[in-house]
Design a binder for this molecule. Structure first.
Ligand code: FAD
Length: 456
C-alpha cells in the first residue's frame, strides 16, 4: 500500500505531523509537492518567493534522500494533480498539514471529495478554530485573541523527524526542480538574496539557534531598523521550514521572551482572520472605506513607481524599499513606515502596495501581508485610525535609522546623524538623490481630507 504526503507551506521533516502519520500508516510513503499557479488565481506565488521555493525544495529533496525517500514534484492545479497521482499509485490516503489561505481551503475540499484526505494541525501555535471568544466567535482584535491563545500555551513539544520512510516499489515520474523555472534569469536580481538567506530546514534551524541567545534583548531592539534585533525567521515560518511550536519551545525558557512570543502570536491571529474573512487580501474589512477616493491616473502611477524603486525623497522610506528589492525582506518598522507613506502621503490604494510586497517579499504571506496592510491603512478591524498619520521623518529619528539609511541609500552615506533623516529640511542637496515627492504637511492634509470625505 501507498500513502501520499502532500506538501505546501510545510517544507520540513521535523515536527511535521503529516510525515509522522504517514510513517505510522505502515505503508510506502510518497512525498509530493505540486507547483500550483492555477488554484490561487491572482495570489499565485510571487517572484521573490519563487526563488526561495526553488532552494527550499532542493534542500527538502536532499533531506528526504538521506531517509531513503524522494520528493516527487508535479505542476498544475494541486487537488487534481494529487488525485491523479493517488490514482496512478493506487494510494489509499493523503496526509497534509492544514492551511488557511482561501485557495488552499478550496483545494482541500476538492481533494477530499476524491480521496481520503487527512489534515493535520501543525503550522500554527494552536488551530485558529480553537481560539474563540466566550460566545464562540472568531476574534477581530488581536489583544483578546492573544489572551485566549496565551491561555492555551505552551504548544505540544515538537516531535522528531521520522526515522525512515518506506519507499514505493517504483517511484512515479517527477518534474526536475530546475524545470519549474523558479529562478530569475533576465535579469537575475537574486544576488542580494543569496547573501542574506539560506532557504530550507537547516537554514531555519541555524537562524533559530542564532536568535535564541538574542531573544532577551528583542523588546529593546525590535523597533530599530539599524539593529539586527529580530529573528528573521519569517520566510522560514512562511514556508513551514520550522514549526511555530519549535520556535516557541526554543525561546520559552529564556528570560524576557514574552514580547517575542506575542509577535509570534500575530501570525496565528492573521490565520484566524483569513479563515473568518477570506477576502481580507482584496477587500476593505471596513466597508466604509470602499468610498475612499484613492489617487489614480498618471501622476499616481508615477509616484507608485518611485515608491517601489526607493526614490521618494524620504530617506527612511527609500531605505526600506531598497532593502526589500535587494534582499527580499524589510524590517517591520520600515514596513509600517513605507506602507503608511504609500497609503497616506501618496494616497494610493493599499492593495497596490500589498501586491508589490506580495511579489517582492521572500516571506510574502496572504494572512500576514493583508492583515498588516489593512492595519496600517486603517481599513482593518484591528487597525490604526485612518486619521493617525505616521510622520516618516520623526519615526526615522526616533528609531535611530541613520545606519540603516547609510546602508541602503548609499548616496546619503556621508551625511551626519542630524541631517540624514531629512536632508532637504537641513538645506542639504545630494547629487542623484530626489526631492520629496510631496511635503509631509501637504501629504498629511490631503489624506485627512480624503478621510473626512468618507465620513461626511
Ligand atoms: P520577528 O520580530 O522576529 O517575529 C517573529 C515572527 O513572528 C515573524 O517571523 C512572523 O512570523 C511573526 N510576526 C511578527 N510580527 C508580525 C506581524 N505584525 N504580523 C504577523 N506576524 C508577525 N510578515 C510576514 O511574515 N509576511 C508578510 O507578507 C508580511 N507583510 C507585512 C506587511 C506590512 C505592511 C507590515 C507592516 C508587516 C508585514 N509583516 C509580514 C509582519 C512583519 O513585518 C514580519 O513578520 C517581520 O518583520 C518578519 O521579521 P522577523 O522574522 O525578524 O520577525
Amino acid at each position: 500500500d501507498v500513502v501520499l504526503v502532500w506538501l505546501r507551506q510545510d517544507l520540513r521533516l521535523h515536527d511535521q505531523p503529516a510525515f509522522l502519520a504517514a510513517a505510522e500508516d505502515g505503508c510506502a510513503v510518497v512525498p509530493v509537492y505540486v507547483l500550483d499557479d492555477d488554484t490561487p488565481g491572482d495570489w499565485r506565488i510571487g517572484g521573490a518567493q519563487r526563488w526561495w521555493l526553488h532552494h527550499s525544495l532542493a534542500a527538502l529533496a536532499k533531506d528526504l534522500e538521506a531517509l531513503g525517500s524522494r520528493l516527487v514534484i508535479r505542476r498544475g492545479p494541486a487537488a487534481a494533480e494529487i488525485a491523479k497521482l493517488a490514482k496512478e499509485l493506487g494510494a489509499k490516503r493523503v496526509h497534509a498539514i492544514r492551511h488557511y489561505e482561501p485557495w488552499w481551503i478550496a483545494a482541500e475540499q476538492e481533494l477530499a471529495s476524491a480521496i481520503d484526505l487527512v489534515l493535520h494541525d501543525g503550522n500554527q501555535l494552536a488551530p485558529p478554530e480553537t481560539v474563540r471568544s466566550g460566545s464562540g466567535e472568531a476574534f477581530k482584535i488581536f489583544s483578546p485573541f492573544w489572551r485566549a491563545l496565551e491561555a492555551k500555551m505552551p504548544p505540544e513539544k515538537p516531535k522528531p523527524a521520522p526515522g525512515r520512510l518506506t519507499a514505493p516499489d517504483k517511484w512515479p515520474p517527477s518534474t526536475p526542480i530546475a524545470a519549474l523555472s523558479l529562478l530569475p534569469t533576465k535579469p537575475d536580481w537574486s544576488g542580494g538574496f543569496a547573501e542574506e538567506w539560506a532557504p530550507g530546514e537547516a537554514g531555519a534551524a541555524d537562524r533559530l539557534k542564532a536568535f535564541q541567545d538574542a531573544v532577551g534583548s528583542y523588546d529593546d531592539r525590535r523597533n530599530l531598523p539599524s539593529d539586527e534585533g529580530t529573528s528573521r525567521l519569517s520566510p522560514h515560518l512562511h514556508w513551514g521550514e520550522v514549526s511555530p511550536a519549535t520556535v516557541w519551545h526554543a525561546v520559552a525558557r529564556k528570560k524576557n521572551s514574552e514580547g517575542f512570543k506575542r509577535e509570534l502570536g500575530w501570525r496565528d491571529f492573521t490565520s484566524a482572520v483569513e479563515q473568518a474573512n477570506p477576502e481580507i487580501g482584496d477587500q476593505n474589512a471596513r466597508a466604509a472605506f470602499d468610498k475612499l477616493k484613492w489617487r489614480t491616473g498618471k501622476a499616481a502611477d508615477s509616484d507608485f513607481r518611485k515608491w517601489t524603486k526607493g526614490q521618494t525623497g524620504y530617506p527612511i522610506v527609500d531605505a526600506g524599499m531598497r532593502q526589500l528589492w535587494t534582499s527580499g525582506w524589510m524590517h517591520n518598522r520600515a514596513r509600517m513606515i513605507t506602507a503608511s507613506f504609500l497609503i497616506k502621503h501618496l494616497l494610493i490604494d493599499w492593495r497596490r502596495g500589498e501586491r508589490w510586497f506580495w511579489d517582492t517579499l521572500v516571506d510574502a504571506d496572504y494572512g500576514n501581508n493583508s492583515v498588516n496592510w489593512q492595519w496600517v491603512a486603517g481599513t482593518g478591524h484591528d487597525a490604526n485610525m485612518f486619521s493617525r498619520i505616521m510622520a516618516p521623518l520623526t519615526q526615522s529619528a526616533k528609531f535611530e535609522a541613520a545606519e540603516y539609511i547609510r546602508r541602503w541609500v548609499p548616496e546619503l552615506a556621508s551625511l551626519d546623524d542630524e541631517v540624514i533623516h531629512d536632508p532637504e529640511a537641513a538645506g542639504v542637496t545630494v547629487k542623484g538623490y530626489p526631492a520629496k515627492l510631496i511635503g509631509h504637511r501637504e501629504g498629511r492634509e490631503r489624506a485627512l481630507a480624503a478621510g473626512r470625505a468618507i465620513r461626511g
